[in-house]
Design a protein around this ligand. Sequence first.
Ligand code: CMX
Length: 140
Amino acid sequence: MKPSHIEHIGIAVSNLETSINFYEKVLGLKCYNIEEVADQKVKTAFIMVGETKIELLESTDPEGPVGKFIEKRGEGIHHIAFAVEKIEDHLEYAETMGVKLIDHTPRKGAEGLDIAFLHPKSTSGVLIELCQSKTSRRQK
Ligand code: CMX
């Protein structure tokens, strides 16, 4: 039981359009999707570089997780997301290993993924997201 790959790297940004411009105009990459995740109080933009996905996160509410993060720390890397197959098993195991869970059960994230977060205080200061696609759920 281990993650198969890094599903995405989440970057907190003040302005989605400005950041997309950087990735497109300076790095020559392409934003392929913009999606609002109301539950997480963010608007997200997705960019692929090779097999790695970058998720730009603009807050839609200053009291949301990304709004608070930017207020406290400014723009920057916000989380790393690992792709897993049996997300509930990973959460249960992490908890038995003493990790503080933010989500005890998965919730719906962008692009239809089931997602759950581990608290950065238990993970050397990095907010870790576990995510599972519908496809891998069907294969369970
Ligand atoms: N990475 C590392 N540390 C973080 C962090 C992050 N992304 N966000 C907050 N922290 C730290 C803060 O700096 C603070 O540390 P200190 O106590 O040393 O100052 C501590 O965690 C508490 O921070 P806070 O501002 O008081 O915020 P909360 O405790 O209210 O919430 C957290 C922190 C991580 C529990 C909350 O942001 C959360 O639930 N995150 C998960 C959901 C999320 O981030 N959603 C957005 C992404 C959605 C998506 O990818 O679709």
